[in-house]
Design a protein around this ligand. Structure first.
Ligand code: 13P
Length: 249
């Protein structure tokens, strides 16, 4: 079974409720059928977007989650709450969470298990920093991040991996399709060794880091690149639409 491409827009800390709902109204009619499209608004706009996309093919993602279902954890949002609001996906372990909010691999692992437990599909982010790439540590870093987070999951669970080299996020520097494919191929090989062929071939591995209409088609041509996690270029509807259509409109 070929993997269905997934292109997700990570809005980070951008957009009010009205900006978010106008955006989805603009893109719904022009989303292509063959590509799954997801939007990750900030928490405050999730409910309004969820209501607005009912009946459409657009999917909803949250940008983070806590690992407990409920409790005295001021400021946190639980997996059950995200499920309740209509989320399909949740981004976990984004490099901004790892660097600004000190999330380590242990926290990421707990979040991945909690998401899976309630039926949310985690979009697990991995990626090396520039000095790690320069020091030849890319494979070592992404292996540790991915396998520690997936430790304990079953080969029947659904997960999405996003390879986001930190040096390419918000910098305008995209990994070349060859650089990205090298890491994607490596991650898929690891998934195969840990969870078997069927699982490894079903998991979508997205690329993230300065994806734009001009570079999406080159990335999507690569065998192990199954979509994209788009930051800055997902904030404007017309630009995001070009990306989900692989730069063709
Ligand atoms: P940019 O597309 O702005 O580089 O951000 C990528 C990203 O962090 C998506 O999660």
């Amino acid at each position: 079974m070929p993997r269905r491409p997934l292109i997700a827009g990570n809005w980070k800390m951008y957009k009010t409720i009205s900006e978010a709902t106008s955006f989805v109204e603009e893109i719904i009619p022009d989303c292509p059928k063959g590509v799954e499209v997801a939007i990750a608004p900030p928490f405050t706009a999730l409910y309004a977007v969820s209501e607005r996309i009912k009946g459409s093919l657009l999917k909803l993602a949250a940008q983070d989650v806590f690992w407990e279902d409920e409790g005295a954890y001021t400021g946190e949002i639980s997996p059950i709450m995200l499920k309740d609001i209509g989320c399909d996906y949740v981004i976990i372990g984004h490099s901004e969470r790892r660097s600004y909010f000190f999330e380590d691999n242990e926290a990421v692992k707990k979040k991945v298990s909690a998401a899976i437990r309630v039926g949310l599909v985690p979009i697990l982010c991995v990626g090396e920093r520039v000095e790690q790439r320069k020091g030849g540590k890319t494979f070592e870093v992404v292996k540790e991040q991915m396998l520690s987070a997936l430790n304990g999951i079953s080969f029947t669970d659904k997960v999405v991996i996003a390879y986001e080299p930190v040096w390419a996020i918000g910098t305008g520097l995209t990994a070349t399709p060859e650089q990205a494919q090298e890491v994607h191929g490596y991650l898929r090989q690891l998934l195969r060794e840990e969870f078997g062929k069927e699982f490894s071939e079903s998991v979508r591995i997205l690329y993230g880091g300065s994806v734009k209409p001009e570079n999406i088609s080159g990335l999507m041509e690569k065998e192990d690149i199954d979509g994209a996690l788009v930051g800055g270029a997902s904030l404007k509807a017309s630009t995001f639409l070009k990306i989900v259509n692989y730069g063709r409109i």
